[in-house]
Ligand binder design. Structure first.
Ligand code: ADP
Ligand code: TRP
Length: 330
């Protein structure tokens, strides 16, 4: 066991894809075996885009079910809903008062929204709510409330963790040492997982394979992977093949070596390679998918897990919040 506290939040905005699984979820589940891990479903962060409570609730269950089904170690991992810990909203309000407005102006996500508006000839703040504008402050509150040492995030979230360090620094300078400095850990390069069209698998490119879906849907997706036009007899390059690149993340080393050989030797068509890939992914994900389906049909069980997580998270949250209150309000 490491003594570092790991913390991360996952926004409940729909079923993750295989790229998210390999690049983010799988390493997180592995980390939960060796570290005390706070893992919350960031429903408050989703509120700036999701305005339907029933949808948000369903997506929250989906993320919880998925993490449990993937084998999150619930002894070390404290899995909870962000909104169940009211201290996070209070801390966020307090942190606003040491956060320069200019820092928020520099946030990538806010700047991207402004650029998009400008390109469309709209007012730069059109459609920007304060949830989006102050998003990094709430995220800072998440990180500081649980005394996190390590915050594993995707590259797009690195700036937010740097802001958390900046804001912790402003606070500590003003009120004396109150917060630990968190470190961002950017997903160790598992390599970019390619999508159906060979570009990075991403929901923005509409080229994804969902982590959990029915076998026949998985098969249909895999059969749609774009390949070059090499004939079955011709030797093929595994290193530029989306099929092989995906296979590598699901198969055992001897299986990977065997498929590599088949690519190089020629004699195997892409259709057959896709079948091998489908069977591998389908079998690796069969047990977690069944557990996911079972949990989604038993949301009471998920509520129990999340309530239990919230009770454990609250212990740390109350401690930190008391420290902040004392520092700011005496
Ligand atoms: P998307 O590009 O679909 O919007 P996100 O940006 O929400 O995905 O990604 C969330 C996490 O999943 C990130 O931490 C990132 O590291 C990981 N991830 C996403 N797509 C891939 C990919 N194609 N290959 C590897 N990791 C990925
Ligand atoms: N903003 C993160 C995302 O969009 C989710 C998140 C919320 C988070 N709070 C966090 C991640 C705290 C790490 C730490 O993916």
């Amino acid at each position: 066991m490491s003594d570092k506290i790991v913390l991360t939040g996952i926004k409940p905005t729909g079923m993750p894809h295989l790229g998210n699984y390999v690049g983010a979820l799988k390493p997180l589940v592995e980390m939960s075996r060796t570290n005390k891990t706070y893992m919350f479903i960031a429903d408050l962060h989703a509120l700036n885009t999701v305005h339907d409570a029933a949808v948000l609730r369903r997506h929250t269950y989906e993320i919880a079910a998925m993490l449990v089904a993937l084998g999150l170690d619930l002894n070390n991992a404290i899995l909870f809903r962000q909104s169940d810990i009211v201290e996070v909203a209070q801390l966020s309000t307090m942190l606003m008062n040491v956060t320069p407005k200019g820092l928020m102006n520099r946030a990538h996500s806010y700047k991207a929204a402004m650029d998009k508006n400008a390109a469309a000839g709209l007012d730069t703040d059109a459609g920007v709510n304060m949830g989006l504008y102050t998003y990094p402050i709430l995220m800072t509150a998440d990180i500081l409330l649980y005394d996190a040492d390590i915050v594993p995030v995707g590259a797009d979230q690195k700036q937010h963790v740097e802001f958390a360090r900046d804001i912790a620094g402003y606070f500590n300078n003003t009120y004396g040492l109150t917060f630990k400095m968190p470190e961002p850990v950017i997903g160790q390069d598992a390599g970019v997982i390619p999508g159906l069209d060979g570009r990075k698998m991403s929901k923005s490119y509409d080229n994804t394979i969902p982590l959990f879906c029915a076998s026949n849907e998985l098969k249909k997706k895999i059969m749609r992977i774009i390949t070059d036009s090499k004939l079955p007899d011709e030797p093929k390059d595994p290193d530029t093949s989306t099929i092989f690149q995906l296979y590598k993340h699901f198969a055992q080393p001897d299986e990977i070596a065997a498929l590599r050989q088949k690519f190089l030797a020629g004699g195997m068509g892409y259709g057959d390679a896709k079948k091998i890939l489908f069977e591998k992914i389908d079998s690796v994900l069969a047990a977690p998918r069944a557990e996911y389906d079972r949990l989604m049909a038993n949301t009471d069980e998920l509520d129990k897990i999340l309530d239990n997580g919230a009770a454990r998270a609250r212990i740390a949250a109350e401690k930190t919040y008391t420290r902040v209150r004392q520092a700011m309000l005496g």
